[in-house]
Design a protein around this ligand. Sequence first.
Ligand code: A2P
Length: 332
Amino acid sequence: MKGYRVAIVGATGMVGKTFLRVLEERDFPVGELYLLASERSEGKTLTFKGKEYVVERLTENSFDRGLDIALFSAGGDTSRKFAPIAAAKGVVVVDNSSAWRMEKDVPLVVPEVNPGDIEKHKGIIANPNCSTTQAVVALKPLQDRYGIKRVVFSTYQAVSGSGYKGVKDLNDGLLGKGPALYPHPIVNNCLPHIDVFLDNGYTKEEMKMIDETRKILGDETLRITATTVRVPVERSHSESINVELKKPFQIKDLKELLKSSPGIKLLDDPCSNLYPLATVAADTDLVYVGRVRRDESIENGVNLWVVADNVRKGAATNAVQIAELVIGKEQK
Ligand code: A2P
């Protein structure tokens, strides 16, 4: 397979560095690699496959070198400005920010769920919000087999979802220091506040989960509500997902279905204390599902506990999987 010319925008960030690890681990055919970040990082070096690369400052000319693919994770403002510049120069952008996700012409892709949507891209492909990605991997098989009427998300999200600054708030808090990023101490607290509050009383994170899930599952009428909560965990988001299905089901069949679905590992033997944990998911690429049980308060209801590494499957790995689809590389 030919070597592709790849740029990483936001290479010095938590997701950017994980892009490098995941590209290396999955043996993505990188021919040339360019690392871009803000002027603060100009001249720093990062290692890929044992070789050192110098970080360059991102400018409007950064894409003038026949690049094939650019993986972006440098925040919404940077993506809004630079992704169209890259796309206009023939680069396929896989963007991890929320800037382009809900645009009509931009596919929002989780390779286990809607790989075909990639065909419609016009230069930019969006990577979903981390909490949405793991949720739709678990929901897709249920949607296909039973149909979904309504979903209730309650999340328990790791501080690494806020990048290095979130992890610093947790570590500083453990040393007794006050928060610099979050509005309250994250140690000993669960903050029902991720991203900004909107006029309808929801946070932007909650609305991202609702809107993005509908787009990825291709059902704009799906009834969904969400409460997203930041918890004092460094890595991996945990989610309680309550689903009302259209058709009746046997719990045994539903577990078998989840067990055999792509990207999922069923961990569900509560009598042996076996259920998905943040520490088990950390540093892996799978979506762990457990505590699968009937919601006895409604007809055809089921409860799931879904955990995944937010920096890997929730961001870097999913973006690299999208890049693999773009170049036609077989998914591992
Ligand atoms: P830098 O390290 O130079 O600030 P995180 O989400 O972990 O905070 O990482 C954000 C990433 O986005 C970093 O690589 C950061 O670079 C990069 N970044 C932030 N703002 C810009 C910008 N205006 N131009 C280019 N890269 C940026």
